[in-house]
Design a binder for this molecule. Structure first.
Ligand SMILES: *[C@@H]1O[C@H](CO)[C@@H](O)[C@H](O)[C@H]1NC(C)=O
Ligand SMILES: *[C@@H]1O[C@H](CO)[C@@H](O)[C@H](O)[C@H]1NC(C)=O
Ligand SMILES: *[C@@H]1O[C@H](CO)[C@@H](O)[C@H](O)[C@H]1NC(C)=O
Ligand SMILES: *[C@@H]1O[C@H](CO)[C@@H](O)[C@H](O)[C@H]1NC(C)=O
Ligand SMILES: *[C@@H]1O[C@H](CO)[C@@H](O)[C@H](O)[C@H]1NC(C)=O
Length: 339
Protein backbone atom coordinates (compact mmCIF):
# COMPACT_ATOMS: atom_id res chain seq x y z
CA UNK A 1 0.00 0.00 0.00
CA UNK A 2 2.75 2.37 1.00
CA UNK A 3 4.75 1.53 -2.12
CA UNK A 4 1.67 1.83 -4.32
CA UNK A 5 0.87 5.35 -3.15
CA UNK A 6 4.55 6.16 -3.56
CA UNK A 7 4.61 5.17 -7.22
CA UNK A 8 1.28 6.90 -7.72
CA UNK A 9 2.84 10.09 -6.36
CA UNK A 10 5.78 9.75 -8.75
CA UNK A 11 3.41 9.26 -11.69
CA UNK A 12 1.53 12.33 -10.60
CA UNK A 13 4.71 14.40 -10.25
CA UNK A 14 6.48 13.15 -13.36
CA UNK A 15 5.16 15.79 -15.75
CA UNK A 16 6.04 18.47 -13.16
CA UNK A 17 9.57 17.09 -12.75
CA UNK A 18 10.07 17.10 -16.50
CA UNK A 19 8.73 20.65 -16.74
CA UNK A 20 11.11 21.78 -13.99
CA UNK A 21 13.99 20.19 -15.84
CA UNK A 22 13.12 21.92 -19.09
CA UNK A 23 14.56 25.34 -19.53
CA UNK A 24 12.74 28.43 -20.58
CA UNK A 25 12.92 28.78 -24.36
CA UNK A 26 13.78 32.50 -24.33
CA UNK A 27 16.67 31.80 -21.95
CA UNK A 28 17.77 28.90 -24.15
CA UNK A 29 17.72 31.14 -27.22
CA UNK A 30 19.85 33.78 -25.40
CA UNK A 31 22.39 31.13 -24.36
CA UNK A 32 22.61 29.80 -27.91
CA UNK A 33 23.43 33.29 -29.16
CA UNK A 34 26.08 33.62 -26.45
CA UNK A 35 27.58 30.33 -27.62
CA UNK A 36 27.58 31.47 -31.23
CA UNK A 37 29.06 34.89 -30.33
CA UNK A 38 31.96 32.90 -28.85
CA UNK A 39 32.29 30.96 -32.13
CA UNK A 40 30.93 27.79 -30.55
CA UNK A 41 34.10 27.37 -28.49
CA UNK A 42 34.63 23.89 -27.09
CA UNK A 43 33.73 25.25 -23.63
CA UNK A 44 30.09 25.22 -24.80
CA UNK A 45 30.10 21.66 -26.20
CA UNK A 46 27.34 20.58 -23.80
CA UNK A 47 25.13 23.46 -24.97
CA UNK A 48 23.15 21.53 -27.59
CA UNK A 49 19.64 22.22 -28.83
CA UNK A 50 18.51 18.70 -27.89
CA UNK A 51 19.36 19.01 -24.19
CA UNK A 52 17.77 21.09 -21.41
CA UNK A 53 19.77 24.26 -20.95
CA UNK A 54 19.66 23.90 -17.17
CA UNK A 55 21.94 20.86 -17.63
CA UNK A 56 24.51 22.77 -19.67
CA UNK A 57 28.01 23.32 -18.35
CA UNK A 58 28.19 26.58 -16.40
CA UNK A 59 24.44 27.22 -16.43
CA UNK A 60 22.40 27.37 -13.24
CA UNK A 61 18.60 27.43 -13.05
CA UNK A 62 16.12 28.03 -10.33
CA UNK A 63 12.84 26.16 -10.92
CA UNK A 64 11.37 28.16 -8.03
CA UNK A 65 11.54 31.60 -9.61
CA UNK A 66 8.27 33.14 -10.78
CA UNK A 67 7.51 32.78 -14.47
CA UNK A 68 8.65 29.14 -14.58
CA UNK A 69 5.48 27.73 -16.16
CA UNK A 70 7.36 27.82 -19.44
CA UNK A 71 10.42 26.03 -18.01
CA UNK A 72 13.05 26.92 -15.43
CA UNK A 73 14.72 30.31 -15.64
CA UNK A 74 18.47 30.69 -15.89
CA UNK A 75 19.80 32.39 -12.75
CA UNK A 76 23.54 31.78 -13.01
CA UNK A 77 26.03 31.84 -15.88
CA UNK A 78 29.65 30.87 -15.27
CA UNK A 79 32.36 30.80 -17.94
CA UNK A 80 35.66 30.08 -16.26
CA UNK A 81 39.31 29.38 -17.09
CA UNK A 82 39.51 28.90 -20.83
CA UNK A 83 41.75 30.69 -23.30
CA UNK A 84 39.68 29.42 -26.23
CA UNK A 85 36.82 31.71 -25.25
CA UNK A 86 37.65 34.78 -27.32
CA UNK A 87 36.07 38.12 -28.17
CA UNK A 88 33.85 40.53 -26.27
CA UNK A 89 31.13 39.73 -23.72
CA UNK A 90 28.13 38.99 -25.96
CA UNK A 91 25.36 41.55 -25.60
CA UNK A 92 22.94 38.57 -25.41
CA UNK A 93 23.86 38.22 -21.70
CA UNK A 94 21.28 41.00 -21.27
CA UNK A 95 18.60 38.60 -22.52
CA UNK A 96 18.70 36.42 -19.38
CA UNK A 97 16.33 38.50 -17.25
CA UNK A 98 16.38 36.17 -14.24
CA UNK A 99 20.16 36.11 -13.96
CA UNK A 100 21.37 36.81 -10.41
CA UNK A 101 24.99 35.76 -10.85
CA UNK A 102 27.25 36.34 -13.86
CA UNK A 103 30.83 35.18 -13.74
CA UNK A 104 33.41 35.41 -16.54
CA UNK A 105 36.71 34.55 -14.87
CA UNK A 106 40.21 33.72 -16.13
CA UNK A 107 39.37 34.07 -19.82
CA UNK A 108 42.58 35.69 -21.12
CA UNK A 109 41.06 36.27 -24.56
CA UNK A 110 37.87 37.91 -23.32
CA UNK A 111 38.27 41.48 -24.57
CA UNK A 112 36.37 44.71 -25.11
CA UNK A 113 33.98 46.72 -22.97
CA UNK A 114 31.22 45.77 -20.56
CA UNK A 115 28.08 45.75 -22.76
CA UNK A 116 25.28 48.13 -21.81
CA UNK A 117 22.74 45.32 -22.32
CA UNK A 118 23.76 44.20 -18.83
CA UNK A 119 21.53 46.95 -17.40
CA UNK A 120 18.54 44.83 -18.42
CA UNK A 121 19.55 42.29 -15.75
CA UNK A 122 17.37 43.78 -13.05
CA UNK A 123 17.97 40.89 -10.64
CA UNK A 124 21.74 40.71 -11.03
CA UNK A 125 23.45 40.51 -7.65
CA UNK A 126 26.95 39.15 -8.30
CA UNK A 127 29.00 40.44 -11.24
CA UNK A 128 32.43 38.84 -11.39
CA UNK A 129 34.56 39.67 -14.42
CA UNK A 130 37.98 39.03 -12.91
CA UNK A 131 41.23 37.94 -14.60
CA UNK A 132 40.25 38.67 -18.21
CA UNK A 133 41.47 41.19 -20.80
CA UNK A 134 38.53 43.55 -20.59
CA UNK A 135 39.17 47.22 -21.25
CA UNK A 136 37.48 50.60 -21.60
CA UNK A 137 35.87 52.50 -18.77
CA UNK A 138 34.11 51.10 -15.73
CA UNK A 139 30.69 52.05 -17.00
CA UNK A 140 28.53 54.36 -14.91
CA UNK A 141 25.51 52.43 -16.20
CA UNK A 142 26.28 49.72 -13.63
CA UNK A 143 24.57 52.11 -11.21
CA UNK A 144 21.30 51.29 -13.00
CA UNK A 145 21.32 47.76 -11.52
CA UNK A 146 20.28 48.36 -7.90
CA UNK A 147 20.32 44.63 -7.09
CA UNK A 148 24.12 44.49 -7.40
CA UNK A 149 25.92 43.37 -4.25
CA UNK A 150 29.36 42.39 -5.61
CA UNK A 151 31.19 44.02 -8.51
CA UNK A 152 34.55 42.35 -9.08
CA UNK A 153 36.45 43.67 -12.11
CA UNK A 154 39.91 42.84 -10.78
CA UNK A 155 42.83 41.87 -13.05
CA UNK A 156 41.75 43.46 -16.35
CA UNK A 157 42.77 46.56 -18.29
CA UNK A 158 39.94 48.90 -17.36
CA UNK A 159 40.95 52.55 -17.60
CA UNK A 160 39.49 55.98 -16.90
CA UNK A 161 38.09 57.13 -13.60
CA UNK A 162 35.83 55.56 -11.00
CA UNK A 163 32.22 56.57 -11.73
CA UNK A 164 30.66 58.52 -8.87
CA UNK A 165 27.24 57.06 -9.73
CA UNK A 166 28.25 53.71 -8.20
CA UNK A 167 27.72 55.31 -4.79
CA UNK A 168 23.98 55.18 -5.56
CA UNK A 169 23.93 51.38 -5.47
CA UNK A 170 22.00 50.59 -2.28
CA UNK A 171 23.07 47.00 -1.55
CA UNK A 172 26.78 46.84 -2.33
CA UNK A 173 28.89 44.52 -0.18
CA UNK A 174 32.10 44.65 -2.22
CA UNK A 175 33.74 46.65 -5.00
CA UNK A 176 36.97 45.18 -6.31
CA UNK A 177 38.65 47.15 -9.09
CA UNK A 178 42.19 46.06 -8.23
CA UNK A 179 44.88 45.48 -10.87
CA UNK A 180 43.53 47.69 -13.63
CA UNK A 181 44.65 51.01 -15.14
CA UNK A 182 42.27 53.35 -13.40
CA UNK A 183 43.22 57.00 -13.03
CA UNK A 184 41.91 60.05 -11.19
CA UNK A 185 40.60 60.41 -7.64
CA UNK A 186 38.07 58.49 -5.54
CA UNK A 187 34.75 60.32 -6.03
CA UNK A 188 33.63 62.26 -2.96
CA UNK A 189 30.21 60.59 -3.40
CA UNK A 190 31.79 57.40 -2.03
CA UNK A 191 31.37 59.04 1.37
CA UNK A 192 27.61 58.56 0.89
CA UNK A 193 27.74 54.78 1.26
CA UNK A 194 25.87 53.66 4.39
CA UNK A 195 27.97 54.68 7.39
CA UNK A 196 27.74 51.33 9.17
CA UNK A 197 27.72 49.02 6.12
CA UNK A 198 29.73 50.39 3.21
CA UNK A 199 31.08 47.88 0.67
CA UNK A 200 34.59 46.54 1.00
CA UNK A 201 36.61 48.88 -1.22
CA UNK A 202 39.52 47.21 -3.02
CA UNK A 203 41.39 49.51 -5.41
CA UNK A 204 45.00 48.32 -5.21
CA UNK A 205 47.40 48.30 -8.19
CA UNK A 206 45.94 51.12 -10.30
CA UNK A 207 47.12 54.63 -11.14
CA UNK A 208 44.63 56.48 -8.97
CA UNK A 209 45.77 59.83 -7.63
CA UNK A 210 44.83 62.99 -5.79
CA UNK A 211 43.84 63.62 -2.20
CA UNK A 212 41.18 61.43 -0.63
CA UNK A 213 37.86 63.25 -0.24
CA UNK A 214 37.28 63.97 3.47
CA UNK A 215 33.82 62.41 3.06
CA UNK A 216 35.53 58.97 3.03
CA UNK A 217 35.95 59.41 6.78
CA UNK A 218 32.22 58.92 7.33
CA UNK A 219 31.61 55.27 6.30
CA UNK A 220 33.17 52.71 8.61
CA UNK A 221 34.89 50.65 5.92
CA UNK A 222 35.33 47.06 6.96
CA UNK A 223 38.14 46.75 4.41
CA UNK A 224 39.71 49.63 2.52
CA UNK A 225 42.66 48.77 0.29
CA UNK A 226 44.18 51.66 -1.66
CA UNK A 227 47.64 50.12 -1.96
CA UNK A 228 49.93 50.79 -4.94
CA UNK A 229 48.40 53.92 -6.36
CA UNK A 230 49.56 57.55 -6.31
CA UNK A 231 47.28 58.99 -3.66
CA UNK A 232 48.54 62.06 -1.83
CA UNK A 233 47.77 64.07 1.28
CA UNK A 234 45.76 63.19 4.36
CA UNK A 235 44.21 59.81 5.19
CA UNK A 236 43.99 60.28 8.97
CA UNK A 237 40.20 60.64 8.77
CA UNK A 238 39.89 56.96 7.81
CA UNK A 239 40.94 56.08 11.36
CA UNK A 240 39.13 56.44 14.69
CA UNK A 241 39.00 54.19 17.77
CA UNK A 242 35.20 53.99 17.59
CA UNK A 243 35.05 52.69 14.03
CA UNK A 244 34.40 49.06 13.11
CA UNK A 245 37.15 49.05 10.45
CA UNK A 246 39.23 45.85 10.25
CA UNK A 247 41.63 46.24 7.31
CA UNK A 248 43.40 49.41 6.16
CA UNK A 249 46.02 49.15 3.43
CA UNK A 250 47.45 52.46 2.25
CA UNK A 251 50.87 51.08 1.32
CA UNK A 252 52.91 52.40 -1.61
CA UNK A 253 51.27 55.75 -2.16
CA UNK A 254 52.32 59.30 -1.35
CA UNK A 255 50.15 59.87 1.69
CA UNK A 256 51.55 62.57 3.96
CA UNK A 257 49.93 63.12 7.36
CA UNK A 258 50.78 63.15 11.04
CA UNK A 259 50.22 59.67 12.52
CA UNK A 260 50.41 61.11 16.07
CA UNK A 261 46.87 62.49 15.66
CA UNK A 262 45.37 59.10 14.76
CA UNK A 263 43.48 56.64 16.97
CA UNK A 264 43.18 53.08 15.72
CA UNK A 265 39.91 51.15 15.34
CA UNK A 266 39.86 48.62 18.20
CA UNK A 267 38.93 45.72 15.93
CA UNK A 268 41.66 46.41 13.39
CA UNK A 269 43.28 43.20 12.13
CA UNK A 270 45.61 44.55 9.46
CA UNK A 271 47.28 47.92 8.98
CA UNK A 272 49.79 48.49 6.18
CA UNK A 273 51.19 51.99 5.70
CA UNK A 274 54.57 51.12 4.16
CA UNK A 275 56.16 53.38 1.54
CA UNK A 276 54.42 56.70 2.14
CA UNK A 277 55.46 60.06 3.59
CA UNK A 278 53.73 59.64 6.93
CA UNK A 279 55.28 61.65 9.77
CA UNK A 280 54.87 62.02 13.53
CA UNK A 281 55.11 59.10 15.93
CA UNK A 282 53.24 55.85 16.58
CA UNK A 283 50.48 56.60 19.13
CA UNK A 284 50.55 54.45 22.31
CA UNK A 285 46.84 53.72 21.69
CA UNK A 286 47.91 51.19 19.00
CA UNK A 287 48.38 48.77 21.89
CA UNK A 288 44.72 49.05 22.87
CA UNK A 289 43.69 47.33 19.65
CA UNK A 290 42.34 43.80 20.26
CA UNK A 291 45.50 41.69 19.82
CA UNK A 292 43.95 38.25 19.17
CA UNK A 293 43.10 38.80 15.50
CA UNK A 294 45.65 41.50 14.71
CA UNK A 295 47.94 39.87 12.18
CA UNK A 296 49.55 42.47 9.97
CA UNK A 297 51.27 45.76 10.77
CA UNK A 298 53.72 47.69 8.63
CA UNK A 299 54.81 51.31 8.95
CA UNK A 300 58.17 50.88 7.22
CA UNK A 301 59.54 53.37 4.67
CA UNK A 302 57.90 56.50 6.09
CA UNK A 303 59.11 59.56 8.02
CA UNK A 304 58.13 58.47 11.50
CA UNK A 305 60.06 59.47 14.60
CA UNK A 306 60.17 58.77 18.31
CA UNK A 307 59.87 55.70 20.50
CA UNK A 308 57.84 52.69 19.39
CA UNK A 309 55.27 52.33 22.21
CA UNK A 310 55.75 48.99 24.00
CA UNK A 311 52.73 46.70 24.21
CA UNK A 312 50.98 43.58 22.94
CA UNK A 313 50.47 44.84 19.37
CA UNK A 314 53.85 46.41 18.68
CA UNK A 315 55.67 43.44 20.24
CA UNK A 316 54.19 41.10 17.64
CA UNK A 317 56.26 42.51 14.80
CA UNK A 318 59.94 42.56 13.96
CA UNK A 319 62.37 45.14 12.61
CA UNK A 320 61.01 45.01 9.05
CA UNK A 321 57.64 46.37 10.18
CA UNK A 322 59.38 49.55 11.39
CA UNK A 323 62.60 50.05 9.43
CA UNK A 324 63.45 52.87 7.01
CA UNK A 325 61.84 55.68 8.96
CA UNK A 326 63.28 59.06 9.92
CA UNK A 327 64.08 58.47 13.57
CA UNK A 328 61.85 55.71 14.92
CA UNK A 329 63.55 53.96 17.83
CA UNK A 330 63.08 51.46 20.64
CA UNK A 331 62.39 47.73 20.49
CA UNK A 332 62.58 46.00 18.04
CA UNK A 333 64.68 48.84 16.56
CA UNK A 334 67.80 50.06 18.37
CA UNK A 335 67.14 51.92 21.65
CA UNK A 336 66.34 55.62 21.53
CA UNK A 337 69.27 57.80 22.48
CA UNK A 338 68.43 60.52 24.96
CA UNK A 339 69.69 63.85 23.77
C1 LIG B 1 41.23 24.80 -26.78
O1 LIG B 1 41.28 24.49 -28.16
C2 LIG B 1 42.25 23.53 -28.49
C3 LIG B 1 42.30 23.41 -30.01
O2 LIG B 1 41.01 23.33 -30.52
C4 LIG B 1 41.92 22.22 -27.82
O3 LIG B 1 42.91 21.25 -28.09
C5 LIG B 1 41.86 22.44 -26.30
O4 LIG B 1 41.45 21.26 -25.66
C6 LIG B 1 40.89 23.55 -25.98
N1 LIG B 1 40.97 23.86 -24.56
C7 LIG B 1 39.90 23.91 -23.78
C8 LIG B 1 40.14 24.25 -22.33
O5 LIG B 1 38.78 23.74 -24.19
C1 LIG C 1 44.47 33.40 -26.35
O1 LIG C 1 45.44 34.14 -25.67
C2 LIG C 1 46.71 33.55 -25.64
C3 LIG C 1 47.55 34.38 -24.72
O2 LIG C 1 46.96 34.41 -23.43
C4 LIG C 1 47.24 33.40 -27.04
O3 LIG C 1 48.51 32.79 -27.02
C5 LIG C 1 46.27 32.58 -27.85
O4 LIG C 1 46.65 32.55 -29.20
C6 LIG C 1 44.86 33.11 -27.77
N1 LIG C 1 43.96 32.13 -28.35
C7 LIG C 1 43.04 32.43 -29.24
C8 LIG C 1 42.21 31.29 -29.71
O5 LIG C 1 42.85 33.56 -29.63
C1 LIG D 1 37.62 39.47 -6.71
O1 LIG D 1 38.15 38.39 -7.46
C2 LIG D 1 39.49 38.08 -7.13
C3 LIG D 1 39.98 37.05 -8.11
O2 LIG D 1 39.17 35.93 -8.12
C4 LIG D 1 39.52 37.61 -5.68
O3 LIG D 1 40.84 37.29 -5.29
C5 LIG D 1 38.98 38.71 -4.78
O4 LIG D 1 38.92 38.28 -3.45
C6 LIG D 1 37.59 39.15 -5.23
N1 LIG D 1 37.22 40.33 -4.46
C7 LIG D 1 36.14 40.40 -3.68
C8 LIG D 1 35.88 41.70 -2.98
O5 LIG D 1 35.39 39.45 -3.49
C1 LIG E 1 34.52 45.07 17.96
O1 LIG E 1 34.16 43.71 17.91
C2 LIG E 1 33.33 43.32 19.01
C3 LIG E 1 33.17 41.81 18.93
O2 LIG E 1 32.79 41.42 17.65
C4 LIG E 1 32.00 44.06 18.90
O3 LIG E 1 31.15 43.70 19.95
C5 LIG E 1 32.27 45.56 18.96
O4 LIG E 1 31.08 46.27 18.74
C6 LIG E 1 33.29 45.95 17.88
N1 LIG E 1 33.66 47.34 18.09
C7 LIG E 1 33.52 48.25 17.12
C8 LIG E 1 33.97 49.65 17.46
O5 LIG E 1 33.09 47.97 16.03
C1 LIG F 1 56.88 45.74 5.48
O1 LIG F 1 57.00 46.27 4.17
C2 LIG F 1 58.33 46.26 3.68
C3 LIG F 1 58.33 46.97 2.33
O2 LIG F 1 57.47 46.32 1.43
C4 LIG F 1 58.82 44.84 3.58
O3 LIG F 1 60.18 44.83 3.15
C5 LIG F 1 58.73 44.18 4.94
O4 LIG F 1 59.09 42.83 4.85
C6 LIG F 1 57.32 44.29 5.50
N1 LIG F 1 57.29 43.78 6.85
C7 LIG F 1 56.20 43.25 7.42
C8 LIG F 1 56.32 42.75 8.81
O5 LIG F 1 55.13 43.18 6.85
Amino acid sequence: MASMSHSFLILLLLPLLIAADKCNKDDKRALISIKSAFNNAYHFASWTSTSACCDWYGVECDPGVPGNSDGSRVTGLYVITDSNVTGPIPSAVGDLPFLTSLRFHKLPNLTGNIPSSITRLTRLSVLILSWNSLSGPIPSFLSQIPSLTIINLSFNQFSGSIPAELANLPSLLGLDFSRNRLTGPIPSEFGNFPKSSPPDLILNHNSLSGNLPVSLGVPEWRTIDLSRNSFTGDASFLFGAGKSTQVIDLSRNEFAFDLSRVTFPVNLTSLDLNHNKISGSIPAQINQVEPNFFSQFNVSYNQLCGQIPAGPITAKFGVDAYFHNKCLCGSPLPPCTRG
